[in-house]
Design a protein around this ligand. Structure first.
Ligand SMILES: Cc1ncc(COP(=O)(O)O)c(C=O)c1O
Length: 394
């Protein structure tokens, strides 16, 4: 038998005894990821094909067309970035921000801060306006800031996952264009679950993720830009300072040239195609109504149990509900209790809301009345016991 000649003995120190992978059963009712739809998982498990295979090239076009439907946009440059939502977030800024551009970020939660951080890394002159975590911006507040700062881009989050607030969008696009600025919108926790009309709202740049309302695992970040945003990209004085996320390069692969840029995560795109197909099969309005109905069932049920919600009803997100942790209760302990004993994940608070709220997600495949009943039953049966046995005050 032939043996491989090596110069050194193989170092075995990192070699432990590893069994094949298996994962625990989890119902993911936190801020994301959400459970993937079984037929999406099946699509992910297909055998990979080449990223320039004609079959795959057709599939890419289908994914783009389905994304346009999901976002209600005709934008030519609509594609899934290889990476999570943050990669697509970064792509919106990397492609359009030039050093010294004023970027106004309307911050009302954790992900607004991330946008401001990223814009600064691309040497934007970052200006911010802030709302407390649980509120949304009024059109007057935005107009005041636009007229004061005259930014090239207004960036904001539609569905703030850290607070459970849905930003009303009426009139914001008009306002931005009146002030000659692009509108950049984070739709990570809204795509598929909350009404979104990118073209009607005149949104110029948007991004999302695969792992929430689309019922797919994390790994792709849908991205889109309007023709106005494309013009800003075309008129750049310098190259996009991020090779991987440069849409002018990526479009040579996603557009008609089909020139290799990077090896596409083909299986993730199989999953994305199936997730978007399922959304189209259900119909956007049906999906939005389902999310709304199940969220209302959760809100009413929690309120019947005497549990307070953090956000006023008119601003509440159907995909993510922030629930006030009752005074004196160990919120983190309770979420661990649900995870360890019932396999149910709900989230804790982030940033300003850390330790103050739980975050319950009902997204995509997981937005069902049965899942709402599971949560409500557990809150009803476990919370009082938990208060007695584990309360910080006790
Ligand atoms: C509103 C919002 N924006 C951006 C992100 C970042 O997405 P990812 O974690 O997929 O990179 C998240 C993640 O949950 C989010 O909720």
């Amino acid at each position: 038998m032939a043996t491989t000649q090596t110069s050194f003995p193989v170092d075995q120190r990192h070699l432990k005894s590893f069994g094949p992978i298996s994962t625990p059963d989890r119902l993911l009712l936190g801020p994301g990821p959400s459970n993937a739809h079984p037929s999406v998982l099946k699509a992910l498990a297909l055998s990979p094909i080449g990223h320039l295979d004609p079959f795959y090239v057709d599939l890419m076009a289908e994914v783009q067309e389905l994304l346009r439907y999901a976002w209600q946009t005709d934008n030519r440059l609509t594609l899934p970035m290889s990476g999570t939502g943050s990669a697509a977030m970064e792509a919106t800024l990397a492609n359009t921000v030039e050093p010294g551009d004023t970027v106004l970020v309307a911050i009302k939660g954790y992900f607004g801060h991330r946008l401001a951080d990223m814009a600064g890394r691309y040497q934007a002159n970052v200006k911010t306006i802030n709302k407390s975590w649980g509120e949304a911006f009024s059109i007057d507040e935005l107009e005041e800031a636009l007229s004061k700062y005259r930014p090239s881009i207004l960036a904001m989050v539609h569905a703030e996952t850290s607070t459970g607030v849905c930003q009303p969008m009426d009139g914001i696009g008009d306002l931005c264009h009146k002030y000659g600025c692009l509108l950049l919108l984070d739709t990570v926790t809204s795509l598929g679950g909350v009404p979104l009309f990118l073209d009607k709202w005149q949104v110029d740049l948007a991004y999302s993720c695969s792992q929430k309302g689309l019922s797919c695992p994390p790994g792709l970040g849908p991205f889109t830009m309007s023709s106005l945003a494309e013009k800003k990209l075309e008129n750049r004085k310098n190259k996009v300072p991020n090779w991987y996320l440069d849409v002018s390069l990526l479009n040579k692969y996603w557009g008609s040239d089909r020139v290799y840029h990077h090896t596409a995560p083909v299986n993730m795109n199989f999953g994305m195609r199936e997730a978007l197909r399922l959304l189209a099969e259900e119909g956007l309005e049906n999906s939005w109504n389902r999310h709304r109905k199940n969220a209302e069932k959760l809100w009413n049920g929690l309120e019947r149990l005497g549990i307070e919600l953090h956000v006023p009803v008119d601003l509440r997100l159907p995909t993510l509900t922030t629930v006030k942790i009752p005074e004196g209760l160990d919120g983190k302990g309770f979420t661990l209790h649900l995870l360890n004993n019932y396999g149910i994940e709900i989230g804790g608070g982030l940033g300003d809301l850390a330790g103050k709220v739980w975050r319950i997600g009902l997204m995509g495949y997981n937005s069902t009345p049965e899942n709402v009943d599971k949560v409500l039953n557990l809150f009803e049966s476990e919370l009082p016991r938990f208060k007695q046995n584990f309360s910080v005050a006790a």
